[in-house]
Design a protein around this ligand. Structure first.
Ligand SMILES: NC(=O)C1=CN([C@@H]2O[C@H](COP(=O)(O)OP(=O)(O)OC[C@H]3O[C@@H](n4cnc5c(N)ncnc54)[C@H](OP(=O)(O)O)[C@@H]3O)[C@@H](O)[C@H]2O)C=CC1
Ligand SMILES: O=CC(=O)O
Length: 319
């Protein structure tokens, strides 16, 4: 008998075909108030779970006595309670690397659109306000030849460094808990302390995972250390930043602007002050959201699931 797996996210039919070779699939294109109770019913017998964003905690796992493997269609896995999974002998996987270039493109987009005020000027043109030459008050700031500080020089951070170094002649500085010699060799990235990075960077790009160590990694003190001309970019997770402190730093003019793909609460609350700031560019967590990359991520997750259920070590096992 084929093992039963639940796919709880819309995926390409090729992904379902791959899974169908070895699994019985219960498919929910998304989980909402209507489908969630049905999902819970199926969980009772499920041996595998494939999707993204679902909070997999003790409470959920108590309803999944047959579960062997949880496969995230994402590189981040802060939605998983790894201790609860380990206690039950359930393995988990993610999808690193396949999304690095796409997320790095999104980050470069945030850097450029914040520095050059692209969304603001787009609105200015479309609302018929372009009636004469461009006054200086609409000027932006340069990106090229500036200092880019990357906090979290991993897969995505390195792909950002590559673009910034080769494409924009930027000087790259970075902070991790350990050195990334490959990024140093390839992109001339210079390792520095967090404090130095914050003081020296024209663009501060946060790209760490969300872990107990990185909750509110950037807060009041960190914004105070940044240059007044600094642009802060976050595409990691909303909770790596103290959002109140970010709002305050922007309101006080402690930093020049921010480009944000992630928020503490997603979807972001309509009354979040960040949404009414002209010097803040916001995106709805689209880092990896291209057809090609989401397809690759789902295929990677499916390959992990198949291997795991065959009793082999999946390629992207979370340790
Ligand atoms: N906006 C979006 O759509 C997306 C967001 N993401 C987010 O980006 C995160 C990073 O992804 P990825 O680059 O693949 O991950 P990697 O694991 O490749 O890189 C993470 C980097 O963060 C560093 N890091 C971890 N903890 C700390 C810390 N406490 N202080 C300083 N540096 C730290 C690590 O270095 P070291 O261990 O040496 O400290 C590592 O270099 C994901 O976990 C996810 O949350 C990912 C994809 C899309
Ligand atoms: O946020 C997306 C991810 O892949 O992690």
């Amino acid at each position: 008998m084929k093992p039963k797996v639940i796919v709880y996210k819309k995926v390409d039919k090729k992904v379902l075909e791959l899974l169908a070779e070895t699994c019985e699939i219960i498919y929910f294109e998304n989980l909402d108030s209507e489908t969630y109770p049905l999902f819970l019913n199926e969980l009772e017998e499920a041996q595998g779970l494939l999707g993204s964003g679902l909070k997999v905690d003790k409470e959920l796992l108590d309803q999944a006595p047959q579960l062997n493997i949880v496969c995230n269609i994402s590189v981040g896995y802060d939605n998983l309670d790894l201790t609860a999974l380990a206690e039950r002998g359930i393995i988990a996987t993610n999808t690193p690397d396949v999304l690095n270039d796409t997320v790095a493109d999104t980050i470069m987009g945030l850097i450029l659109s914040t520095a050059r005020r692209i969304p603001e000027l787009d609105q200015w043109v479309k609302t018929g306000q372009w009636e004469s030459g461009l006054a200086e008050k609409w000027f932006g700031v340069d990106v090229h030849h500036k200092v880019l500080g990357i906090i979290g020089m991993g897969g995505i951070g390195s792909a950002v460094a590559k673009r910034a170094h080769f494409g924009f002649d930027m000087d790259i500085i970075y902070h991790n808990r350990s050195r990334n010699e490959e990024a140093e060799d390839k992109y001339g990235a210079v390792y520095c302390s967090m404090e130095d990075l914050l003081k020296k960077s024209d663009f501060v790009c946060l790209m760490t995972p969300l872990t107990p160590d990185t909750v509110n990694l950037i807060g009041k003190r960190e914004f105070e250390l940044m240059k007044e001309s600094a642009i802060f970019i976050n595409a990691s997770r909303g909770k790596t930043v103290d959002e109140e402190a970010l709002i305050e730093a922007l309101q006080k003019g402690q930093i020049y602007g921010a480009g944000l793909d992630v928020f503490v609460q997603e979807p972001v609350e309509k009354n979040n002050p960040l949404l009414s700031m002209k010097n803040v560019v916001t995106l709805p967590h689209i880092g990896s959201a291209t057809y090609e990359t989401r397809f690759q991520m789902a295929m990677t997750a499916a390959a992990n699931l198949v291997k795991g259920l065959q009793g082999e070590t999946p390629p992207n096992l979370i340790k």
